[in-house]
Ligand binder design. Sequence first.
Ligand code: ADP
Ligand code: TRP
Length: 328
Amino acid sequence: MASKKRVLSGIQPSGRFHLGNYFAMIKKMVESQDKSELFCFIVDLHALTTVSEGEKLVEYTREAAVSLLSLGIDPDISHLWVQSDIPEVTELAWILSNVTPLGLMERCHSYKDKIAKGIKPSAGLFIYPILMAADILLFQSDLVPVGKDQKQHLEVARDIALKFNSVYGEIFTVPEPLIDKNVAVVPGIDGQKMSKSYGNTIEIFASKDDLRKNVMGIVTDSQSVEASKNPDRCNLYNIYKLFISGEEDRKLRKRYEDGGLKYGDVKKELFEIIWDYFKEAREKRETILKDKSYIDKILRAGADKTRETAVKTLKNVKDATGLSVRML
Ligand code: ADP
Ligand code: TRP
C-alpha cells in the first residue's frame, strides 16, 4: 500500500482568522485529514517579525489554536503544535541559511511588500523564508496548502531542498505547493486581497452584528438595479461564490445577468449563508473555551508527538553536514 502523503501548513498568530485563510489553507488542511497525514502548526517564531508584545503573542497563539480546533483540525489523528515548542526548527534554519544564496532572499517580494507597509526591516524579516523552508523540510512534507501570496516562499523552500540535497545527499523531500486556483486570492470587502493588514477582512468568528456590518459593507459598483451585470467583475459575487457551486452558482450568475438584482438583497443572503456555514465551528468553539486548560494540553501533546520526526530529520542533517560526528 502506498504510504500516505504528508500535508503541512502553518499560520501566523497575528490576528483573527478570515475567509481568505479559511478557504486557501485551513479548509484544505481539514479535508486532507481523511486521506493524508496532516501537520498543522502555529508559527509564533514567524509572528515575532510583526508582533512585539509578549502578551499579544500569547493571546493570538491561543486564539489560533482554538480557531483551528473549532474549524475541524482533529488532534487525535493529526499533528497540531506551536512552532517554538519544537526548537529543532531554528537549528535547521541556521544550517539551511548556509546553502541559501543571498540573491534568493533578495528576490523575495514579500519582504519588500511588508517593508512598504511599515513593518520594521529586521534581519529576521529578511530571512523569514529560510525559517519557513526549515518548517517544511524538517517534517519531510509532500504538499503545502497555501494562498497564492506564499507561492514564492514555496519555491524558495524547494530551491533550498534541492541545493542541500545536491551538496549533502538526498536528505529532504522536495515539497509541492497546493494552491487551489479558485481560492488562490480571496478578495476582501474592498476588492483587494483579503488581509488582516488591509482591514478588509470578513472574520470567521465575528459576532453576528459585526459579521452583518462587514458583509453589508462589501463594496459594489453603482449600476442601476435593472442593468444586466457581469458577476465576475463583482466583488460581492466573488466572495459569495466561495460558498456555492453547481446549480446554485448558475442561478446566482443568471440573476446578475438578467438584471433586476439588488446588491442589498444579495448581501443579506450572503450574511445568512456565512453565519450558517460556521455554525458548527462556533458551537465547538464555545465548548473548547469552557475548559481553560484544554488548549495547553492539546498543544503540549501535539509538540511531544511531532518532535520525534523533527529529531530524526535533524539527526540525518547533522550526520550529513559533519555536525554530529565526534571522535570521543
Ligand atoms: P494575512 O494576509 O491576513 O496576514 P496570513 O499571511 O496570515 O494572512 O496568511 C495565512 C495563510 O492564508 C497563507 O497560506 C496565505 O497564503 C493565506 N491567505 C491569506 N489571505 C488570503 C487571501 N486573501 N486569499 C487566499 N489566501 C490567503
Ligand atoms: N509564511 C506563512 C504565512 O505568512 C506562514 C508559514 C510559516 C508557513 N511556515 C510555514 C506556511 C510553513 C506553510 C508552511 O502565511
